[in-house]
Design a binder for this molecule. Structure first.
Ligand SMILES: [Fe+2]
Ligand SMILES: [Fe+2]
Length: 387
């Protein structure tokens, strides 16, 4: 059996951003005897068609009317159907339309005694590959049949290639989806582990100082809200919320008797407490994780003041990183509105008035204004995490 390459399809498909799949599909068609069904009621024409086409090596079956043709096609599909336009039971054109839609791999050629242009056009519109007018020469018939068969093979190969291509893309896409899903699950687990580690680390600092048990949680919620109000996207908001949990982690390095001392601290004791930003920074800095790097920055700068009178570095204005300025507002508000060993809580109006006094001296005025304008949300968080 001779084989002939009849077509190559090349595709580059983007399966994911930045990832492509190259597919080259070529098809080899076997040339050989075609099976041909002729639907013809005239016995003389049937004989003539059979004689010419069998001489060429084709296999012929015949039907006298459309009903028989449909029955034969159902039991064994053929490569080509030759259809007489005037059949005893229905029009050849409607049979043509039915065959082309039911058997897309079957080529149809109309055979007719009527030489009318509109009939020929109608046949082509209904999907015929050729149109032969009786009486015809054997060459005319053979040329129509061989070109029809060739076109049918090309179209079939093309369709098969398309199907293989579609299948390949489907499979590859499904694989990618599965991989992505697994990656996403792994990422979720990592994020969870990350978060839990941070919370446990914060807890280690909290355990030393019962009065601030929920302080860090509230501060981190306030910080998240402020970041959101400042226009941060969801990811950045989540990050600052998590990172600020660790703002006081440096208190791990402050002795119990100072941290838990009721009443006023001596100057020495105060200076020891004031080492906690640098201590926290030392614990957290140098991490590969952006979250921990941000946490280190927050730990270091949350006691800086807008006017430069804060500690440890006396930074002022926008020298203080944004996350430090945010945490300063959240931290002081929480300290003012919850009991501490060394100080009773202020009433809310007192706390707000102290906060307001710090506008432009202690706090970044823009952040303070945002904070005060969202008081109802702030109070909801406070209620929720008061414990
Ligand atoms: Fe602090
Ligand atoms: Fe704090």
């Amino acid at each position: 059996v001779a084989t002939k390459e009849i077509g190559t399809v090349q595709r580059t498909i983007e399966t994911a951003p930045g990832e492509t799949l190259d597919l080259t599909l070529s098809s080899n068609l076997e040339t050989g005897d075609a099976s041909i069904l002729m639907v013809e009621d005239d016995p003389g024409d049937r004989r003539l068609l059979r004689r010419i086409l069998e001489q060429e090596g084709h296999n012929l079956i015949d039907a006298e009317h459309a009903g028989e043709a449909k029955r034969l096609l159902k039991s064994s599909p053929v490569d080509m159907v030759l259809i007489d336009i005037n059949l005893p039971d229905r029009s050849g054109l409607s049979l043509l339309a039915e065959i082309t839609s039911t058997y897309p791999d079957t080529a149809c050629i109309m055979v007719t005694g009527e030489d009318r242009r509109e009939l020929g056009e109608a046949a082509l519109t209904h999907g015929a590959y050729g149109y032969i007018i009786k009486p015809f020469s054997s060459n005319e018939l053979l040329i129509n049949v061989s070109s029809g068969l060739r076109r049918q093979k090309l179209e079939k190969a093309h369709r098969l290639n398309e199907e293989r291509l579609e299948h390949a893309v489907d499979t590859r896409t499904r694989d990618l989806w599965e991989t992505n899903l697994q990656l996403a699950q792994r990422e979720d687990q990592l994020r969870l582990a990350n978060r839990e580690t941070i919370e446990r680390l914060a807890l280690a600092a909290e355990f030393r100082d019962d009065d601030t048990a929920r302080h860090v949680t509230r501060v981190s919620e306030y910080c998240g809200l402020l970041a959101q109000l400042l226009g941060s996207d969801r990811e950045d908001t989540t990050q600052i919320r998590l990172a600020s949990v660790l703002h006081d982690v440096g208190k791990i390095g402050v002795p119990d008797q100072i941290l838990r001392k009721p009443g006023k601290l001596t100057e020495d004791e105060r200076s020891i407490i004031e080492t906690h930003p640098e201590m926290g920074h030392r614990i957290l800095a140098g991490s590969q994780s952006e979250l921990l790097r941000q946490a280190a920055l927050i730990a270091l700068t949350h006691h800086e003041r807008w006017d430069g009178t804060g500690y440890p570095n006396g930074l002022s204005g926008t020298e203080i990183p944004l996350e430090g300025r945010i945490t300063a507002v959240a931290d002081v508000f929480d300290a003012l509105t919850t009991d501490r060993v060394y100080r009773k809580t202020s009433t809310l109006p007192e706390a707000l008035s102290i906060m307001h006094e710090g506008r432009g001296s202690h706090f970044d005025p823009e952040i303070l204004d945002l904070f005060l304008s969202s008081l109802s949300e702030i109070l909801t968080i406070r209620e929720h995490h008061l414990g």
